[in-house]
Design a protein. Structure first.
Length: 49
């Protein structure tokens, strides 16, 4: 069991890093989509009035 500890901790570290990157990219993607949608809505409001 003690011999597997470095492998287990390395696996957990890699999993945590992958999850961190995934969540960061998801937040950037959703923020970009929301920003583009907000800009589009403001543009259509100004042009219609």
């Amino acid at each position: 069991m003690l011999q597997d500890a470095p492998l287990l901790s390395q696996t957990l570290a890699v999993t945590a890093a992958v999850l961190l990157v995934f969540v960061s990219l998801a937040v950037i993607y959703l923020s970009t989509i929301e920003w583009r949608d907000r800009r589009r809505r403001q543009g259509s409001t100004k042009s219609s009035s």
